[in-house]
Structures are given as structure tokens and as C-alpha cells.
Design a protein around this ligand. Structure first.
Ligand SMILES: NC(=O)c1ccc[n+]([C@@H]2O[C@H](COP(=O)([O-])OP(=O)(O)OC[C@H]3O[C@@H](n4cnc5c(N)ncnc54)[C@H](O)[C@@H]3O)[C@@H](O)[C@H]2O)c1
Length: 499
């Protein structure tokens, strides 16, 4: 059942073949006359087309965003929240066509695609509520706490918006990781320009249409499409941008170097380690390795990307994991398969490169390596050693290395030698040891007895080292997209001198 671009969403396509971009409250065709194809990872044929926006069009969007933001910042907070709740409801109501885009553009299993849209609606609503709570509060400071001062200065501080927020999400959660930026930006009184990933752009355009239907003022939200490599730099270096919230890979490091003096929120790659101690519940470990390493074919920033396991229990865990991998359904996303084609052919080639390097260097293949087009069968590589690329690099595919260790210290050392520091996990029944290990792991989050995960979406989420700058999670994102403004009341005489 083809629903995308029809019914409530017909305006985005307008009878044409190329999805329009969103500017100044309306859907427009680019003056470039060019489009960018979106290749279905399963069929490897062009599924959709989006506009290749020009720099001139980006300039116009930035101007409109600046104007719209001024009025939005003066809109009462409760009204901003009300509109966000409305957008959340519309998004959830239209989950089917949006999920269909996720299935066709990024080969997300059908059920997970629906969950992504529903979770996004919940995230927007929670953001509206949280915003009302935290932005409704300010601070009052009095001067006489600092040496040399009397009580004659009263400082009132509150949070004000930054201006225009540029949001760039990655392909793997193009809806959820877009609304995790849009919601906080808007509730805090900012305007927002979205540059969706190429794969996932059509799902993002449908999501933006839900904000359009909710009735947000024109120009407040815009969505420009085009190749990241072509309009990306122009956007991130644009003088009209007051904040950049980016989620993706190494591109984020390059953006950080080029961006001007604006606050940056960078959520980048990871090589999440799973450390397994001898006293762990081995069934729990196996279940979490399979779920953590292979959900959405390993294309998750917080996927388990290396297992560091004590030698004495390694055989038992590998056997349990292999038994579970044999039961995974491999195939197209429409059939709700567990393992679906990876996003692009170049991604599949990169994964294959890591597998072949491990093969040459003597890793043990627990399954036969199998690939058809972009579809790669789940593969556990045992006896991986630090000289293999897969010990350090992020495959972003259904391929997981196991490194056998002889001490916990060896595991912590491998984890900390990585240039990434997103999340990590440790499995043990000894909570005291788990806390010590958590403190020793140089990652933004450590999960005890569960695989790494970004959610629930109000938890703080951050990476150390090359994994990011700043912290996400609903509350942190709202705060990050504001600045503190103070008003100081100066009294002619200290206030405690009367009476
Ligand atoms: N830490 C997190 O929260 C998190 C979450 C999901 C994914 N990721 C990471 O994302 C990566 C996979 O996603 P991806 O392949 O979409 O990442 P990517 O870095 O290739 O692309 C991310 C976004 O940047 C855009 N882009 C490309 N060139 C650009 C440029 N010069 N200027 C501005 N934007 C540009 C892309 O179009 C896309 O929208 C993995 O490394 C994964 O770990 C991180």
C-alpha cells in the first residue's frame, strides 16, 4: 500500500516526481532544476527523488528563519508547547506513511519504522512538557555572598533562545534524531533549519509536513535538501546560523573545525565495548550481544561494536550467541526481517573490507561470510586481535568482533585506547566491581548488565573524545539551545538597612 506522498502528504509531491523542499511555510521546487536520487537499499533502484537546493535558496531560508524567530521568541511558552503537542499528535496519526518511507529509504524493518515515528511523537510531547517546566524557571541571586559586596544588587537570570538552529541528523534515525533537535529548539524559542540525510530525506519531509499541518508560523521551520557534500559546508559555515546540532560520523569533526563561534552539539560515532566478566549471567549476556550488536543490522551509534570477554567463559558465550544468530531472519525490511540490507553499496563494501582484513589476519569466522547486494548475513568474528582493523573501526553493519581477554584491566585498556568514547557496557553480578569499571571506562555512558542504548530519550546522552561535543537528551538539549540572560537591579543602598 503506497501512502507516502499521497493524501495529507500530496502537497509535498504535488503530482510531480521530485519531493519538494520546505521554505517560508510552503513546499517548493528548487530553481536548480536538479534532483538527488534516493536509492532503495533493498532493490538498489531509485525509490524517490528530492530537490537539490541552491545556495541562493539556503540564503532565503536563513533570512526567513531569522525573521520568524523574533516573533516566535515573543510567543508565550505555553502556546509554543501547545503547538508542539499538536505536531506530536499529527505525527503519530500519520505513522504509517512515514514508516513506509523509512522502510524504502533506509531498509528499516517495518515494525521498527513504526516505533521510530511513535517514539518521535512521544519525544516531542515530552520536550514540550519539560520545556514548560525548565524554561518557566529562572534564578535570583543577591550580591552579598561574594566578598566585598553589600546586598544592593539583585540578579535575575533566565534562559533566552539562541536564534537560528541548524539541525543535521544521520540516516539511521532520520525522523527521531531530527525531532530530538527540532523539539528542543522550538520550545526554547529558536527557529530551525533542517538538512536531512539523503537516505531518509523523504521520511524527514513527511515529518516536517506534520509541523506544517500543526500550524507553526511560516519560516520558523524549514527543510532544505541536497547532497551534504554540496550544500553542507555552505549551511554549517553560514553566518545566519546561531547553533549547530549534528548527529553523524566523522563529518562532525570536520564541521567542528569549520563552524564559526556558535554552540555545537555533536553526537558522533562509537565503538561501544561490551566487557563480560566471569560471574556474569551468560544467557543475559548472549541476549544483549545479539540485540545490542545486530538490531537494525548493527547500524546504530550505540550498537555493541566489540565484545571483550574473559577467556574462561568465552566458548560458552560464543556458542550461545551463535545459536541465537542462527535464528535471526535475514531479508527485506517489508517482511520485518531482523537483518536487512545495509544503507548503501559503499557501506556494504566498507563492511566487507573489514571482514576480509580480519580473515587475512586469522580471525575465526563463526558463520560463513555471505552477502547479496547490500544484504550481509550476521557474522560473529572470534579470536579478533588488536592488529585487525575491526578491533577499532566502526563497521555499522551486522558484523561483530570478539576479543578474548585475561583480565578486566585488559578490557578497560582496549576500551580506553579507542578514539571513540560513546557508550560501553559491563556484565557482572558484582555491583561494586561494575561501578569501579564504569568509573574506569572513558565513555559518556556505561550500562551495567544491559547493552548500550540512547533511550529513554530524557536520559543524558553524550560521547567523549571523537564521539562528540556536549550532551543530548531532552533536558540537556533544551538547555544547550538557550543562553542565560541576566537583569541586575541595582539599589542605591543595601536592602537590609531599613527597619
Ligand atoms: N552519537 C550519536 O548520537 C549517533 C547517532 C546515530 C548515528 N551516529 C553516527 O552516525 C554515523 C552514521 O550516519 P551517517 O552515515 O548518516 O553519517 P554522516 O556523517 O555520513 O552524515 C550525517 C549527516 O551529515 C550530512 N553531511 C554530509 N556531509 C556534510 C557536510 N560537509 N556538511 C554538513 N553536513 C554534511 C549528511 O547528509 C547527513 O545528513 C555513524 O558513525 C554513527 O555512529 C551517531
Amino acid at each position: 500500500m503506497a501512502l507516502a506522498g499521497t493524501g495529507a502528504f500530496a502537497e509535498i509531491l504535488d503530482g510531480g516526481e521530485v519531493y519538494k523542499y520546505y521554505a517560508d511555510g510552503e513546499w517548493r521546487a528548487s530553481g536548480s532544476g536538479k534532483s538527488v536520487p534516493i536509492v532503495n537499499p533493498t532493490t538498489r533502484k531509485t525509490q524517490y527523488r528530492v530537490q537539490a537546493c541552491t545556495q541562493e535558496e539556503v540564503n532565503k531560508v536563513m533570512e526567513a528563519a531569522k525573521v520568524a524567530q523574533k516573533a516566535w521568541a515573543r510567543t508565550p511558552l505555553w502556546k509554543r508547547a501547545e503547538l508542539l503537542h499538536k505536531a506530536a499528535a499529527i505525527l503519530k496519526e500519520h505513522k504509517a506513511p512515514i514508516a513506509e518511507c523509512l522502510v524504502k529509504e533506509i531498509a528499516k524493518p517495518a515494525k521498527d519504522a513504526i516505533s521510530e515515528v511513535v517514539r518521535s511523537g512521544d519525544l516531542i510531547s515530552y520536550t514540550a512538557e519539560e520545556g514548560v517546566r525548565i524554561l518557566g524557571e529562572g534564578k535570583l541571586l543577591v550580591s552579598d555572598s561574594f566578598p566585598g559586596n553589600e546586598r544592593n544588587k539583585y540578579c535575575l537570570s533566565s534562559k533566552i533562545p539562541l536564534g537560528v538552529v541548524l539541525a543535521i541528523p544521520p540516516f539511521n534515525y532520520p525522523v527521531n534524531l531530527a525531532v530530538s533537535k527540532i523539539g528542543p529548539a522550538l520550545i526554547a524559542g529558536n527557529s530551525l533549519v533542517l538538512k536531512p540525510p539523503t537516505q531518509g530525506a523523504v521520511a524527514a519531509l513527511h515529518m516536517v509536513h506534520c509541523f506544517h499541518l500543526a500550524g507553526f508560523p511560516k519560516g520558523l521551520i524549514s527543510c532544505v535538501t541536497g547532497k551534504g557534500s554540496e550544500i553542507g559546508d555552505f549551511l554549517t559555515m553560514h553566518p545566519g546560523v546561531n547553533c549547530i546540532s549534528f548527529t553523524g560520523g566523522d563529518t562532525g569533526i570536520a564541521i567542528s573545525k569549520k563552524a564559526g563561534m556558535v554552540p555545537l552539539q555533536m553526537e558522533l560515532g562509537g565503538k561501544d565495548a561490551c566487557i563480560v566478566l566471569e560471574d556474569a549471567d551468560l544467557d543475559l549476556v548472549a541476549a544483549n550481544i545479539v540485540k545490542g550488536g545486530f538490531s537494525y543490522s548493527g547500524q546504530r551509534c550505540t550498537a555493541v561494536k566489540v565484545v571483550l570477554i574473559m577467556e574462561s567463559i568465552a566458548d560458552a558465550v560464543v556458542e550461545k550467541v551463535n545459536a541465537k544468530l542462527a535464528k535471526l531472519k535475514v531479508g527485506p525490511p517489508e517482511d520485518d526481517s531482523d537483518i536487512t540490507p545495509v544503507v548503501t553499496e559503499s557501506s556494504a563494501n566498507f563492511i566487507e573490507g573489514l571482514v576480509m582484513d580480519a580473515k587475512e589476519k586469522g580471525a575465526t569466522f563463526c558463520q560463513e561470510y555471505r552477502r547479496e547486494g547490500n544484504l550481509i548475513w550476521p557474522l560473529l568474528l572470534d579470536h579478533v586481535r588488536p592488529d585487525m582493523r575491526i578491533a577499532w573501526e566502526e563497521p555499522f553493519g551486522p558484523v561483530l568482533p570478539v576479543i578474548r581477554i585475561n583480565s578486566v584491566e585488559e578490557g578497560i585498556h582496549h576500551c580506553n585506547a579507542s578514539n571513540f568514547g560513546l557508550q560501553g557496557c559491563v556484565f557482572t553480578r558484582d555491583i561494586n566491581k561494575a561501578i569501579l569499571i564504569s568509573d574506569a571506562m572513558e565513555t559518556g555512558t556505561v550500562q551495567i548488565n544491559s547493552a548500550p542504548a540512547r533511550g529513554p530519550d530524557h536520559f543524558p546522552f553524550q560521547g567523549l573524545k571523537d564521539s562528540g561535543i556536549g550532551s543530548q537528551g531532552i533536558t540537556n538539549s533544551i538547555n544547550m539551545m538557550t543562553k542565560v540572560k541576566s537583569t541586575v537591579i541595582n539599589l542605591p543602598s543595601p536592602s537590609y538597612t531599613m527597619g
